[in-house]
Design a protein around this ligand. Structure first.
Ligand code: ATP
Ligand code: MG
Ligand code: MG
Ligand code: MG
Length: 482
């Protein structure tokens, strides 16, 4: 069975609507919730109901929620299944039905509506959750071999450091059933994909880290739309589905290349652009403008990474012979068209969205062009001095990284990416030390944003209210560039 992304979304909502769920609109990417920076899951808009702080208007609801997960930014283009922006289809019960119905419906949806072969579906349950195990095994009829008991990391879901949570049960699709049951590992990305998570929300995690039972037992689920589209459209990764591929095609046109004939690295660059453009379009549409703090910094980083990635692909200018022109808006146009299927409001805001993107790209290109020259030089020096010293691996020092960051406004993960491409390692510890020195020297300590490669946004988010990044523009004006 082939289904378009839009058809999958509609089928999901109709399935639950016909089982007494009210179809509600997606909430904004900007949550009404201080514990998270951006909307990371469908349950977020219902948190007050789960916690018993707001009374429910309906007992059952279903949504297609737009989500951003910045913790997955490093996975974009590397795994076949992660995006920063994705849609989570969900069905919710507010003290109404619980495990039994949630499990039976999820199964029925998977095998009867989406026509997934039952023998390809694997289940995970929380290791202590015999009740869920038994429903899957005794009632649904899934053989024991395909039900895995897993630990807290995978099968106890929490929306943040505090808040509603509970054990969960996930459904995985097996791309290679011929590999058999022995040694099957659900975490093996090349064989399995997790597509549906059913959370049995019955606890509240307090500040102290203890679990208190909620007044009612709730159901919160999430099915990844792009993942289901990938399965049903029989493509090798989420990026090649009709939800994202048109953006990638436009980017490859501008780069004068063919995605399908490209090597893995080039494909991965194109995936980054496809992903980031969707995220940027929706963030700006939801009112998040590029800036140096909090959410605005997320947009800024995504735009800048897309620009840098486009340049790696050789894209310069808007592809209409105007080399001064920005190219991201040309790609964003497609992302906006696709976004309109998700949220018609996006097209109303398209002019504003495109303007913001142009402005940010132009600003960044100026910075980049100066920094890129220096970066090339530093990489060449590192490579040749490693050569002279025998087989030692070439490395950019903490001082180099800091110079690029501090004087040229080069985000350290962009430097890291460029270095990796040349087989040069980077001294992150040295960089952190330089940062620490500067922090100590800085009179206005509160004006510094900590940057780290691994966890770009989690760190930023800690200081949302009071951090201000003085980077690119300010430091530039002061910098003497050759
Ligand atoms: P994974 O283990 O693959 O990272 P997860 O367990 O973190 O996924 P959940 O928090 O359970 O994901 O979210 C519910 C569903 O949302 C997942 O089963 C998946 O279908 C989808 N999903 C989660 N994260 C992403 C992402 N970064 N990109 C696309 N879809 C996602
Ligand atoms: Mg995850
Ligand atoms: Mg998981
Ligand atoms: Mg999960």
């Amino acid at each position: 069975l082939y289904m378009s992304g839009n058809a999958i979304r509609q089928r999901f909502l109709e399935f639950y609507a016909s089982r007494g769920h009210k179809v509600l609109p997606s909430a904004s990417l900007v949550p009404d919730d201080p514990t998270v920076l951006l909307t990371i899951a469908g349950m977020l808009q219902f948190k007050p109901i789960f916690l018993g702080r707001a009374s429910r208007q309906v007992a059952r609801a279903t949504t297609a929620q737009r989500c951003i997960r910045t913790n997955d930014v490093e996975n974009v283009g590397r795994t076949s299944r992660h995006h920063t922006f994705f849609e989570m289809l969900g069905n919710f019960s507010f003290g109404d039905y619980f495990k039994r119905e949630a499990i039976h419906w999820a199964w029925e949806l998977s095998v009867k509506e989406f026509m997934l072969p039952a023998e390809r579906l694997w289940i995970s349950v929380f290791k202590e959750d015999d009740e869920a195990f038994n429903i899957w095994h005794d009632e649904v009829g899934v053989p024991k071999e395909r039900i895995k008991r897993m630990g807290e990391d995978d099968n106890f879901w929490t929306s943040g450091p505090t808040g509603p949570c509970g054990p969960c049960s996930e459904i995985y699709y097996d791309f290679y059933p011929e590999r058999g049951y022995a040694n099957a590992d659900l975490g093996d990305d090349s064989r399995f994909i997790e597509f549906y998570n059913l959370v049995f929300m019955e606890f509240n995690k307090t500040e102290a880290g203890t679990l208190e039972p909620l007044l009612q037992k709730n159901i919160d689920t999430g099915l990844g739309l792009e993942r289901m589209a990938r399965i049903l459209q029989k493509v090798p990764n989420n990026y090649e589905t009709d939800l994202i591929y048109p953006i990638i095609e436009r980017a490859s046109e501008l780069a004068n290349i063919s995605y399908m004939e490209s090597d893995d690295r080039t494909k991965s660059h194109l995936k980054v652009i496809g992903d980031h453009m969707r995220a940027v379009v929706f963030l700006i549409s939801d009112g998040v403008l590029p800036s140096n703090i909090g959410r605005g910094y997320v947009v800024r980083r995504l735009i800048r990474r897309a620009v840098r990635t486009g340049r790696l692909l050789g894209i310069r200018g808007d592809g209409k012979g105007n080399m001064e022109g920005a190219f991201l808006p040309v790609i964003a146009e497609i992302a906006i068209q696709l976004a309109t299927d998700i949220d018609p409001y996006v097209s109303e805001r398209s002019t504003c969205i495109l303007e913001e993107i142009v402005r940010e790209e132009q600003r960044f290109v100026q910075t980049l062009e100066r920094g890129e020259k220096l970066l090339d030089q530093l990489l060449r020096i590192a490579l040749s001095s490693a050569n002279e010293n025998g087989n030692r691996r070439a490395c950019l020092s903490g001082k180099d990284l800091f110079l690029l960051y501090d004087t040229y406004g080069f985000p350290v993960e962009i430097t890291a990416e460029a270095a990796e491409e040349c087989g040069v390692s980077i001294d992150m510890e040295g960089f952190e030390l330089e940062m620490e020195n500067q922090r100590r020297q800085s009179q206005a300590a509160h004006n510094v944003v900590k940057l780290s490669v691994g966890n770009i946004v989690a760190d930023d988010s800690k200081g949302i209210q009071h951090t201000e990044f003085l980077g690119y523009e300010t430091l530039h004006a002061l910098a003497t560039v050759e």
